[in-house]
Design a protein around this ligand. Structure first.
Ligand code: G6P
Ligand code: MG
Length: 222
């Protein structure tokens, strides 16, 4: 019997994944690293500082900045990102998400958030959906980032549910790995090849049909 839905935020509840991309791209321009959407795919679900490290490596600049400078660069990216997310309103909730949250509530399924973002709470507030969440895992308390299962396990613990009876929703390959390692049922949202390790993949949030999800989960091996 399903007990909880645990959501990633960026790219699942709202399209902030694109704002993260814009902010990294702008920082990249400043330090001479050109990134594209394909490279950005590998940053999805990855913490801020680790994303920077990956970007420096991608641009062959991993030996160029001191630790202090790296923190400064990550902060700069975040300042720009915070500017971008100021424009978020409830209209930015991805299609199908509210219906899914409503169905979960009506069926007494708990709702949790497992995002690596330290900006998750302001984003949920701007979207006007924070009230749906029974527990929001705190990314700043999470030692091992996705693909480690930690943030999903933290959410399950906060919700007081067994991971076996949870469904995790993700748009990133690292996030799907995290759900699988947490031994939850994984639903990937996006490209079938990128998310091939998910137990069930939909192209977009519009296709997140509550009854279909439950029947897929019920048919899966526990
Ligand atoms: C999510 C996003 C990543 C982002 C990370 C940290 O996992 O998918 O792209 O780097 O959160 O977000 P933050 O808002 O804390 O920089
Ligand atoms: Mg995401």
């Amino acid at each position: 019997m399903i007990e909880a839905f645990i959501f990633d935020l960026d790219g699942v509840i709202t399209d902030t994944a694109y704002y993260h991309y814009l902010a990294w791209k702008k920082l990249g321009e400043k330090i001479g690293i050109e990134i594209d959407e394909e490279f950005n795919e590998s940053l999805k679900g990855i913490s801020r500082i680790e994303s920077l490290e990956r970007m420096l490596k991608f641009g062959d600049k991993e030996n160029q900045f001191t630790q202090e400078e790296r923190i400064q660069l990550a902060t700069e990216k975040n300042e720009h990102y915070k500017e971008l997310i100021k424009r978020i309103t409830p209209k930015d909730i991805l299609p199908g998400i509210i219906d899914l949250l409503e169905e979960a509530k009506n069926n007494k399924i708990k709702i949790g958030l497992a995002s690596a973002s330290k900006n998750a709470i302001p984003v949920l507030n701007s979207l006007g959906v924070i009230g749906y969440f029974d527990f929001i895992a705190d990314a700043s308390e999470c030692k091992n980032s996705k693909p480690a299962p930690d943030i999903f396990l933290m959410a399950a613990k906060g919700l007081n549910v067994n991971p076996k009876y949870c469904i995790g929703f993700e748009d990133a390959s690292a996030g799907v790995d995290a759900i699988n390692s947490a031994r939850m049922y994984s639903i990937g949202i996006g490209d079938r090849d990128t998310l091939c390790k998910a137990k069930f993949v939909v192209k977009s949030t519009e296709e997140l049909d509550f009854n279909l999800i439950i029947s897929k989960y019920n048919k899966s091996e526990k």
